[in-house]
Write a protein that binds this ligand. Structure first.
Ligand code: F6P
Length: 739
């Protein structure tokens, strides 16, 4: 409204300004034209009566002359006619000749002349035309009343202003109609574009041809979107409460289901009783706080030997045991199935295929069949557990590449978020897999497919491009296969903040003392730690070799420096894993023999499962932590180490081949294949002054705090909410089209 008023006032000002500028000019123009016109008429009069006047003068027929003049003066515009003789006398003036007129004022020249006089307030033009009669010389006088010029000019001005106003109003009206039509078009385009940008897909266009304008708006919105979301989410303090609010507001009533191989709580028999164990799994430590916050059902393999006896008749158990917040639904897998699905296809096939650790992947047809069967079993369980037809299903990891499509077949309206926790290799490497197309198609059943890094997303696009007929939109990060669109995005996984395991920890000082005491070390011994599953991708042998070299390069460290490697046995049934374990034990023995003695063992290899509280106590006791993965999707150990150090001390030595190294540049970044470089980095870590440790640690802690696991889950849920809205609008649009 304001805009319209402003526009109207401006137009009015322009019209007034134009009128003021043009009116004087128009008046003088009209005056000139009219005067010229009058002069012409005077000339005409002169030319037409000149002969008669001369004859009347010759005949001295003054009466005749008077009647000639009277008949000429009949003309409306002619005021009076007369003759000025040689002596300046006025001869036979017509009736209306002004009394004030005097022949004295008439220029006497050989040629015609015109002059202005004023009579009774009127402007009068006097034309004097020489008349020569033998010896006599006189002037024919023709007087024209010029007041009609003012009237004509006034009329012209009125007409001009009216015309200008008319034109201006017409232009304004036409512009308003045009603007309204254009605006309506823009709004329509904008609305479509906003919907698309919000949900990230072109589906709402309903097949309509997109104009260049639509595309431009679309592009701008996409750009705004790209810039806006990270800023917004970056400003949010992510916590369980934020996640709960997000679910409540953006996904009201949504049911959350998690599918993973590893379960968050394992019940095992021990000393005649049952103990609950938390597995050493990055996936579990990331997802458990999320589902605790959201509630829902976690469907996982019941792998503990007391798992069956702790579930109800529907294979469910409420967890966490100390404060139940969600339901764990256990799936039973026989030993034989486990050999094919878990040990075989997942861990002898896909795991080495996706990690560049130079272990050859093994693919067996029987393993693939078991893998398909178990994926079906989990998909069936999802369909059974779902209480709504559109749950949010979080499918985790390389154990379930086929499940997203299978779930989609059972629950077409489900929002399926698949997350691939390990790296995705380049197309050439992935091409080794005999079932590559099936795996890709399976994953593309998801609504959203997440990787830790953009680099892995790009590898995925490249692989899809190479092996599957589909439409890839790299700019918007989507792949469309068989009419179904999947968003492929990077969501860097993280940990709980503050971590649950930190809550009951004694002070760092206390942890240092207790740990050294339990290891039989003097209180001033410098301690380095490495904590993970005993996996060949973790570079455990390489870091032990680096410690060996360090002690060789700097023998003064002997007796003053110890490296503790806590390694949880994992997949030990596989030769590569059991071999690694014995190689590590052998190497530790060698190094200890080389640099130690009966009272000093520089390498302490502790092969057993450590519960999170123990892990955190070890982190807090350490001077440095070594993460030397040969390849790792993210590596949460690095993040847990910095989270454990609320004293802002301790140094992290971190492999450049972890996803975590992209976010933790303040660590000492190393190439784990370069033993010399790693040894030097460990030496440097030991010499890092407290103030530098503080600066580095502070920045890393800040980043992990901000980019915690609630943010990871939150970003996926925000994208899921968008996709659900899009789905709903599409449903409405389809219904409307059917009507
Ligand atoms: O790194 C991917 C990952 O799924 C981790 O999240 C998890 O720690 C590990 O692999 C799986 O280990 P496991 O085979 O013992 O469940």
């Amino acid at each position: 409204m304001k805009e319209a008023l402003r526009y109207g006032a401006l137009s009015l000002a322009v019209i007034v300004g134009l009128t003021l500028a043009i009116v004087p000019f128009a008046h003088s123009l009209i005056e000139q034209w009219s005067r010229h016109d009058v002069e012409q008429r005077s000339r005409l009069v002169y030319n037409s009566i000149q002969g008669s006047v001369v004859r009347a003068m010759a005949d001295e027929a003054w009466e005749r002359l008077g009647s000639i003049f009277e008949s000429v003066a009949q003309d409306d515009r002619i005021l009076a006619v007369g003759l000025c003789d040689e002596k300046g006398g006025l001869v036979e003036p017509t009736r209306l000749m002004p009394r004030t007129f005097s022949c004295e004022k008439v220029a006497r020249s050989e040629a015609e002349s015109f002059s202005n006089i004023s009579s009774d307030g009127r402007h009068v033009l006097v034309g004097a035309f020489p008349i020569v009669d033998r010896a006599r010389k006189a002037y024919l006088i023709v007087l024209h009343d010029l007041s009609f010029i003012d009237a004509r000019s006034g009329e012209a001005q009125t007409f001009f202003v009216a015309a200008l106003a008319g034109v201006a109003l017409t232009i304004m009206g036409v512009s308003a109609v045009f603007a309204a039509v254009l605006l309506r078009g823009w709004m329509g385009a904008l609305r479509l574009a906003v919907e698309e940008a919000r949900f990230g897909g072109p589906a709402l266009s309903g097949g309509r041809e997109r104009s260049a304008l639509d595309k431009e708006i679309q592009k701008l919105l996409r750009e705004a979107e790209v810039g806006r979301v990270p800023i917004e989410t970056g400003q949010i303090e992510w916590s369980p409460a934020t996640l709960q609010n997000l679910l409540r507001e953006a996904l009201p009533g949504a049911e959350v289901l998690i599918v993973s191989n590893r379960e968050p709580y394992i019940h095992n028999r021990s000393d005649g009783g049952v103990v609950v164990q938390t597995p050493a799994s990055g996936l579990v430590s990331a997802l458990e706080p999320v589902i605790r916050a959201c509630g829902g059902t976690w469907i996982a393999h019941g792998s503990g030997d007391a798992d069956r006896e702790t579930v109800d008749e529907r294979d469910r158990i409420a967890v966490p045991p100390e404060a139940p917040a969600y339901s764990l639904r256990r799936i039973w897998i026989s030993e034989e199935e486990q050999d094919g699905y878990y040990y075989g296809l997942a861990n002898e096939g896909l795991w080495p295929l996706c990690h560049i650790a130079f272990v050859r992947p093994v693919f067996r047809e029987a393993d693939w069949r078991a893998y398909e069967k178990i994926n079906e079993r989990f998909a069936d369980a999802v369909a059974r557990e779902a209480q709504t037809d559109d749950p949010i299903v979080l499918v985790q990891d390389y154990h379930f590449a086929l499940a997203p499509r299978m779930i989609r077949e059972r629950l077409p309206k489900a929002t399926i978020i698949a997350f691939w926790h390990i790296p995705w290799p380049n197309a050439e490497t992935f091409g080794i897999c005999p079932w590559k197309e099936r795996i890709i198609e399976g994953l593309l059943g998801s609504t959203i497919l997440g990787f830790h890094t953009r680099f892995h997303c790009n590898n995925f696009f490249e692989t899809v491009d190479r092996f599957v007929e589909s439409r890839i939109d790299r700019e918007h990060g989507t792949v469309t296969l068989g009419g179904h669109e999947t968003f492929v995005r990077a969501y860097p996984i993280s940990i709980d903040w503050p971590p649950k395991a930190l809550a009951a920890q004694p002070s760092v000082e206390e942890c240092r003392l207790q740990t050294r005491r339990s290891l039989g070390l003097a209180s001033d011994v410098t301690l380095a730690v490495g904590i993970e599953r005993f996996d060949y991708t973790k570079g455990i042998l390489d870091r032990m070799k680096a410690v060996d070299l360090l002690l060789t390069l700097d023998p003064t460290l002997k007796g003053r420096f110890v490296f503790v490697q806590a390694a949880a046995p994992t997949r030990s049934r596989l030769p590569t894993y059991s071999r690694l374990q014995s190689e590590a034990q052998e190497l530790a023995r060698e190094i200890n023999a080389r640099h130690g003695d009966e009272s000093y063992r520089p390498i302490r290899l502790v092969i057993r499962h450590h519960e999170p509280a123990e892990v955190f106590a070890l982190f807090r006791a350490a001077d440095l932590c070594i993460v030397s993965s040969l390849h790792d999707g993210m590596n949460l150990v690095a993040k847990e180490f910095v989270a454990s150090r609320d004293d802002e001390q301790g140094v992290l030595v971190l492999s450049s081949f972890t996803g975590a190294s992209r976010e933790m540049a303040e660590a000492l970044i190393v190439n784990p294949y370069n033993i010399q470089e790693m040894a030097e980095a460990i030496g440097m870590a030991l010499r890092t002054p407290a103030n530098e440790q503080r600066e580095r640690m502070r920045l890393m802690r800040q980043r992990v705090r901000e980019r915690n696991v609630y943010r990871w889950a939150g970003q996926m849920l925000i994208d899921a909410a968008r996709s659900r809205q899009q789905r709903r609008i599409l449903d409405i649009a389809e219904k409307n089209q059917r009507r």
